[in-house]
Design a protein. Structure first.
Length: 312
């Protein structure tokens, strides 16, 4: 099914302020690229299971697909023409008939540390409580500060910031990219450097998902694609797929593109952060997918089958 009979293009998105900001960014870029009017593009809010289920960790209720399944069904049904997603929330295997092959220029990939108690994560007092629902962040915190307690901290960005302000925890970690997109940089206490605290694969990148074969929509969004981000995400998602990674697994990794070269470093961790298996690779951008697959397989082999026994 192509776009609607009245010509209106429909963008599917979650309803959080950050998700809406990302959808509006896509709409504004489409308007600028094609000389369209904003009225020709409608933003459709779709409730996802990840938004509705707030009392359990994502790792217990289904992982990454919780933030995209309903949007993807709306694309397949023709109720919307495209979906706008935070790329780190996307499963590596998409539903039949859909593709994720346009990525906006990537924002800063680092995690932000927010706390009224300390300037940096390392400065928190012994026994401090940090709120996070991310398995990766929990494992990395445990790796750096095993004395810190990490508690479940679900909700959108504003909800988590309100919980922090209410002193439910001593600190929390959020993606800096999301804070920047909402103009909330001033809320950041400090930034965690990639060397010590690598991001989630896909972090900081907005992805656009469409129906395979919808050539009109494909042509409309093609100018929005950033080649470097596309290459980086191709490698990172291939790495994740090789590990069969999801929200149930502490996985970190990021690719960097310089000219026709791409480099990557990544790791998997035990829940307590005390066991780490990591690797890196470098090659030409054209080989991004095969590089990601290879380094994922290398780390998986290095860790051994016993390490992944609970990854189900």
């Amino acid at each position: 099914m192509q776009s609607k009979p009245d010509g209106t293009i429909k963008i599917g998105t979650r309803g959080s302020l950050l998700a809406l900001a990302q959808a509006h960014e896509v709409r504004d870029l489409m308007v600028a690229a094609h000389g369209m009017s904003a009225e020709e593009i409608e933003i459709v809010v779709i409730s996802t299971a990840g938004d509705r289920i707030q009392n359990k960790p994502l790792s217990e209720v289904g992982g990454k697909g919780l933030f995209s399944k309903e949007i993807e069904q709306a694309i397949l049904d023709g109720r919307v023409d495209l979906g706008v997603h935070s790329s780190k929330d996307m499963a590596t295997t998409l539903p039949d008939g859909l593709e994720l092959d346009v990525f906006l220029p990537r924002e800063d990939v680092r995690d932000a540390f927010l706390s009224p108690k300390a300037k940096k994560l390392q400065d928190l007092p012994k026994g401090a409580v940090v709120g996070s629902s991310s398995m990766r962040r929990k494992a990395l915190i445990n790796k750096l500060r095993p004395d810190i307690e990490v508690v479940m901290f679900r909700g959108n960005l504003q909800t988590r910031m309100k919980k922090l302000a209410a002193a439910e925890v001593d600190a929390t970690l959020l993606a800096f990219a999301g804070l920047k997109r909402l103009g909330l940089e001033d809320e950041v206490t400090s930034l965690l450097e990639i060397e010590d605290f690598p991001p989630a694969p896909g972090q900081g990148a907005i992805g656009i998902e469409t129906r395979i074969g919808d050539e009109r929509i494909k042509q409309l969004i093609a100018p929005l694609n950033d080649a470097d981000t596309f290459a980086a995400l191709t490698l990172e998602r291939a790495f994740l797929k090789a590990l069969d990674g999801s929200c149930r697994t502490p996985i970190a990794g990021v690719a960097n593109v310089e000219g026709d070269q791409i480099s990557f470093s990544g790791m998997v961790l035990s829940d307590d952060g005390q066991i780490v298996h990591e690797g890196s690779c470098r090659g030409v951008v054209a080989d991004a997918a095969s590089l990601g697959k290879a380094i994922g397989a290398e780390i998986k082999a290095k860790a051994g089958p016993g390490f992944f026994k609970d990854w189900s």
